[in-house]
Design a protein around this ligand. Structure first.
Ligand code: DSN
Length: 424
């Protein structure tokens, strides 16, 4: 299919494509991109250096990459309804690093959701840059698995953070942006919404948008948004003038963000990635994408209902979005064992901590799974009922190789009826 001269790499690429095609990818942060996204990623744009921004580059020969980046920025602005979009962050962690760099100084107090309760490393985990360069305080969920807004408000009053990150990697419920804005306002803190997991649901209209509440929005582009690996930073404010330093004021956010990316943090933008982001944003603006986003949630809710009916303990009791977080304690199996058994059957999920997990993070009590990739392949509620059945069988018979083998064959048969976008 690729016709590469490097057969060693070609073989591995094909093996990975086959693994994806014959199995069910249920890691909620993964998805399957369109062939146009793949083509943009594999284009000559990767050869080009273009440090700076469209019209203000440090290199010649940028006339076409300028147009690519402008298209990506314009599509992002229109799709999310914001004044400004920076599409250059290499991925989510550098995007978040740039936001800290833009808005606070080392040693300042920052606040974010603890990783083990569903947050992200860059939201202030002590071993991450965000918890070492800054004085980070971390909020949690309550025992019910829902974000504890009261704890957050108390923490803001006591700790007085200058910046609050909100967003998650393992949170199955909707964020109340208005409440979060009010909490940030208790200390006039910058509110940053990291919508990496839910960006596709936001543009699809099935999760409230943080626009108008958060000062800055960061998102990766490769999760529910179904683009290439990459990220964006969105905000409102006056047009950017990245050649000049400006004060940390809301109207200057575009300039603060652009200057934090370059010269603050990154070098040349990845133009092939920018083009692929533009393609994905174009796709996300279609009515088909809205229907896709709705179906992601319907599928996740069907899966949740089926698994709950089989006695699985879902954190918060269900889901509003694309993912399920399951505490396996009552099933007498730990996350790693369930992940391995499901893997043998052809279902890829990941072990995950659950709120108040008594087990260590590398061997947690739960698993996390989601529906974005299966929904891209065209699976609907009836397939989710079947998938729930298979998940239960694999977990119940986690050490029975014969049963797992049989499951793997059944799963392959179903998977092959739902090709990846590039195989259609
Ligand atoms: N690695 C991502 C996830 O799986 O949610 C977060 O960065």
């Amino acid at each position: 299919m690729y016709g590469m001269k490097d057969k060693a790499i070609e073989k591995l690429i094909q093996a990975e494509a086959k693994r994806q095609f014959e199995g069910l990818e249920m890691i909620p942060s993964e998805n399957h991109t369109s062939t146009d996204v793949l083509k943009a990623l594999g284009s000559r744009l990767t050869d080009k250096y273009s440090e700076g921004y469209p019209g203000k580059r440090y290199y010649g020969g940028c006339e076409f990459v300028d147009q690519v980046e402008n298209l990506a920025r314009d599509r992002a602005k229109k799709l999310f309804g914001v004044d400004h979009a920076n599409v250059q962050p290499y991925s989510g962690s550098p995007a978040n690093l740039a936001v800290y760099f833009a808005l606070v100084d080392p040693g300042d107090t920052v606040m974010g959701m603890h990783l083990y309760y569903g947050g992200h490393m860059t939201h202030g985990l002590k071993v991450n840059f965000s918890g070492t360069l800054y004085h980070s305080v971390q909020y949690h969920t309550g025992k019910d698995g829902y974000l504890d807004y009261d704890e957050m408000a108390g923490m803001v009053t006591k700790e007085k953070p200058k910046l609050i990150f909100v967003g998650a990697t393992a949170y199955p419920r909707i964020f109340d942006w208005k409440k979060l804005r009010d909490i940030a306002d208790l200390n006039k803190a910058w509110l940053v919404a990291d919508i990496s997991h839910i960006a596709g649901l936001v543009v699809g209209g099935v999760h409230p948008s943080p626009v108008g509440f958060a000062d800055v929005i960061t998102t990766t582009t490769h999760k529910t948004l179904r683009g290439p690996r990459g990220a964006m930073i969105l905000c409102n404010g006056n047009p950017s003038s990245p050649l000049k330093a400006v004060e940390r004021k809301a109207e200057n956010l575009p300039t603060l963000i652009d200057r934090a990316i370059i010269p603050g943090l990154q070098g040349g933008p990845h133009n092939h990635q920018t083009a692929a982001i533009a393609v994905a944003l174009g796709e996300a603006a279609t009515p088909e994408f809205k229907a896709y986003a709705k179906q992601i949630v319907k599928n996740a809710q069907t899966l949740a209902k089926e698994l709950a009916g089989k006695g699985y303990n879902l954190v918060t009791g269900g889901t509003d979005n694309h993912l399920l977080l399951i505490d396996l304690t009552n099933k007498k199996i730990i996350g790693a064992e369930a992940e391995a058994a499901l893997g043998k059957a052809g279902i890829t999920v990941n072990k995950n901590t659950v709120p108040f997990d008594p087990r260590p993070p590398f061997s947690p009590s739960g698993i996390r799974m989601g529906t974005p990739a299966l929904t891209t392949r065209g699976m609907k509620e009836s397939e989710m009922v079947q998938v729930a059945e298979w998940i239960d069988t694999a977990i119940t018979h986690s050490s029975d190789e014969k049963i797992l083998n049989k499951l793997s064959n059944d799963i392959k048969t179903l998977a092959k009826q739902f090709p990846l976008p590039s195989d259609k």
